[in-house]
Write a protein that binds this ligand. Structure first.
Ligand SMILES: Nc1nc2c(ncn2[C@@H]2O[C@H](COP(=O)(O)OP(=O)(O)OP(=O)(O)O)[C@@H](O)[C@H]2O)c(=O)[nH]1
Ligand SMILES: [Zn+2]
Length: 288
């Protein structure tokens, strides 16, 4: 029977199949060749397999992963849902641009959710959202709720898909999930904010079913993502650079020092400034 791992902790797995969710153990084979099974993996399952005196549900096979992350340890991701609040915490476009870039490089489509629109008093924030709309990203605005049509649209997109939800602490990740599925009842607000769960190192990953086989992993803050980007990848794929870096006349150009570089001349300064910041950050991290 085919299934997907939705929970993993200390060698115990929960696998979701068409027939339901089962607690499972992997067969020894995986241990022998050092294969670690992770949340998101598509696996083959045998129910009530007799081992000695016990009847166990066992995982017998791991199917090829279409993608895989080291931190968080998750595989086969279809979408990355990036939640950004306009206020409290304030609009952090640098992290948003960085995350979009990272996942575009990994060929995973981002879905952008902007929250706390109701608390926003700053027109510039709305103008910034417009910039992402112009780039044709899938965008949803959240006011403690989605409009009915928007909610239907997002559930339709996520149906039968496996997604990661990410965003800084306090932006509203749990609030959004609870709104999409009233049965989840995830803790929101000050308590989880104070715990700052992003810093927990032993956190396990668990995929929640939101709607008709749409699974979402609620991952802690941005900082827990291992972003292994090269300068070359960023220069070609930052946000919307892919469209016009080919017009840059310089080989392996970082679009910084060449006066006549096409990207430097045409890029929107809002994105370009974050690009410079990201290049700087990656260069500095390399020194260690
Ligand atoms: N007014 C308003 N408040 C919101 C909105 N979205 C979330 N909140 C509030 O913001 C606070 C933080 O929301 P959470 O859902 O706990 O945020 P989180 O991203 O899950 O936070 P962590 O668990 O720390 O990662 C809560 O008090 C929510 O009620 C929104 O669109 N409008
Ligand atoms: Zn250039």
């Amino acid at each position: 029977m085919l299934g997907r791992i939705i929970y993993s902790s200390g060698g115990n797995y929960r696998v979701k199949t068409k027939e339901g969710i089962f607690n499972c153990k992997p067969i020894g084979l995986f241990r022998k060749d050092n294969t670690e099974l992770i949340v998101g993996d598509k696996v083959e399952l045998k129910l009530n397999y007799k081992i000695g005196q016990e009847n166990l549900n066992i995982i017998t096979k791991l199917y090829d992963r279409k993608n895989q992350f080291i931190r968080p340890k998750i595989s086969n991701i279809d979408f990355i849902i990036i939640v950004t609040s306009l206020v409290e915490p304030k609009f952090n476009h640098f992290y948003l641009n960085k995350m979009i870039t990272f996942f575009q490089i990994k060929k995973i489509e981002p879905i952008l959710i902007f929250t706390k629109i109701d608390l926003n008093k700053n027109q510039r924030n709305l103008d910034l959202i417009k910039k992402y709309e112009d780039l044709n990203y899938k965008i949803f605005n959240f006011n403690n709720s989605f409009q009915k049509k928007e909610k239907e649209k997002i559930l339709f997109i996520l149906k039968n898909k496996f997604s990661i939800l990410t965003g800084q602490s306090g932006v509203g990740k749990s609030t959004v999930l609870n709104f999409l599925n009233r049965n989840l009842k995830l803790k929101t607000g000050e308590i989880s904010f104070a715990l700052n769960r992003g810093k927990h190192t032993t956190r396990h990953y668990e995929a929640f079913e939101i709607y008709e086989n749409s699974l979402i992993v609620d991952s802690p803050g941005f900082s827990s993502f291992k972003l292994d980007l090269s300068l070359n990848e960023i220069s070609k794929n930052f946000i919307n650079f892919a469209k016009y870096y080919k017009n840059c006349q310089f080989k392996n150009c970082l679009h910084i020092n060449e006066k006549e570089c096409f990207v430097k001349k045409t890029a929107d300064s809002f994105f370009y400034n974050d690009y410079l910041k990201l290049i700087k950050e990656v260069k500095e991290n390399r020194k260690f």
